[in-house]
Structures are given as C-alpha cells and as structure tokens.
Design a protein around this ligand. Structure first.
Ligand code: ZN
Length: 230
C-alpha cells in the first residue's frame, strides 16, 4: 500500500468538543476495525483502504474528551509501581480512580461498545472502540450498563464501579487504553490474559485532571505533565 506519510492530506484536527463525524462515518470505521481483527499481517488494518481512511488513522488527533468518573481520587498511575497488588507484578496497565462502589463510569469519548465480559482477573469489564481509533477497557465494575454494539457518547454511563475480579483491594475504576483495536485482548475468551505494556499511558490522552478530583499520595506529576507512580 502507499505510504500514508507520503500522501498530501490536509485535515483540520478534531477539537475536544466539536467537529464530530457523522454516525454513518462512525459505523464505516467500525466495520473496518471488525475486519482488522482477523488480519495479522497489517496491524493498522489500512491495507487496501482509501485515502480518507488513511488520513483519519494518521492525522486525527488521538485523545479523549472526558475522565471516566465525575470525581474521585487518582490512586494509581500507568507504569511501574513499587508496591504492586499481589499477582499484578510491578507494571500497572492503566489508571485507578478510587471511588465508592456504584459510581457511574462513563465513556471517555464518542464510540461503540465492542466487548462486555466478566473476567476472572479483571472483573466486569466493558471495552469501547472510539471514533479516534483509541480503545479503552473499564475494569473491576459492579455492573455493566451497556451491551456489545451500543453506540455511546462522551460522558454516557457505561458501567457502575465496583471491586470485581482479582487484584483489587477496594472500590475503584480502572481504565486501560490501547491506540488500536487490533491490539486489544479478548476479555470474553481469554480467562488467563495479562494486560501488558501494549497499552498506552491514559494521562497522555485524557483532558487536564478535573478540579473535582484529588491526587493520591502514591501518584505525582512528572515534567511532561503525566501522572507517574511514586
Ligand atoms: Zn488498576
């Protein structure tokens, strides 16, 4: 296929709040991603696709519009941890927000639900494929509020937080992020999967931390503005 970098697209970046694409475009994108899952030779899934799909993949800014809960304490950052919860090793594949059980967990952007699972380790998990191409998994919930195929908009409730699965010591919301749907493990089929460094640091993609949040003692801000574990 043509090298996307050599093409001459001039696309305006999508802002956090506006300039949404149509539902039709959205559905087309998900159809594309569905095909991608079966192709191991082309991780981008762009093989044979047209210039607009390529432009969308490479030039839309990849970020989120909202945090997963309205408030809470950012209790663990993505990356290495000194004091891991038993069984998780020293790498944390997402961010944790300490919240009471039953707190509304929301979509980070406009997208579509691609997995709903009750996983032995990660608990009640909902995976959302976003229009940007990013994917999130919200884990350890007490219940899931949506079903596979549902379209969701920024801030819409997708789950209620909990402490289900293993490796969890209290009520919190865990969010892991991938930059491509083809990298996301199948939580419905693989009961022994471990979410790994394949994930992306959510603090690089989320908006600035809301005023309604507090930051726990185990987390600090580094020079780049990302949250890291102490
Ligand atoms: Zn976590």
């Amino acid at each position: 296929m043509k090298t996307p970098g050599a093409t001459n697209f001039r696309m305006l970046p999508r802002s956090h709040s506006g300039n949404r694409r149509s539902r039709r475009a959205c559905r087309n994108r998900y159809a594309l991603q569905g095909e991608n899952r079966n192709k191991s030779t082309d991780p981008t899934g762009l093989e044979g696709k047209g210039p607009l799909e390529m432009a969308a993949y490479y030039f839309y800014p990849k970020n989120f519009s909202a945090w997963p809960t309205a408030s809470g304490e950012l209790s663990s950052a993505w990356g290495n941890r000194k004091e891991p919860t038993a069984g998780t090793g020293d790498f944390h594949s997402g961010i944790d927000i300490a919240v009471p059980n039953g707190t509304e967990v929301r979509a980070l952007d406009d997208g579509r639900v691609s997995q709903v699972a009750d996983h032995p380790q990660y608990g009640k998990t909902v995976v959302i494929d976003y229009e940007s191409g990013l994917v999130s998994a919200e884990m350890h919930n007490s219940s899931i509020s949506v079903k596979v195929g549902d379209t969701v908009v920024t801030g819409e409730e997708v789950a209620q937080s909990g402490s289900t699965g293993a490796w969890t010591t209290g009520g919190h919301s865990h969010t892991s992020v991938w930059d491509s749907a083809s990298k996301v493990p199948d939580f419905t089929k693989d009961s022994s999967l471990i979410v790994t460094r394949d994930t992306v640091d959510p603090s690089r993609l989320l908006p600035p931390i809301p005023n309604s949040y507090s930051v726990g003692s185990g987390v600090k801000l580094n020079k780049a503005g990302n949250y890291v574990n102490n």
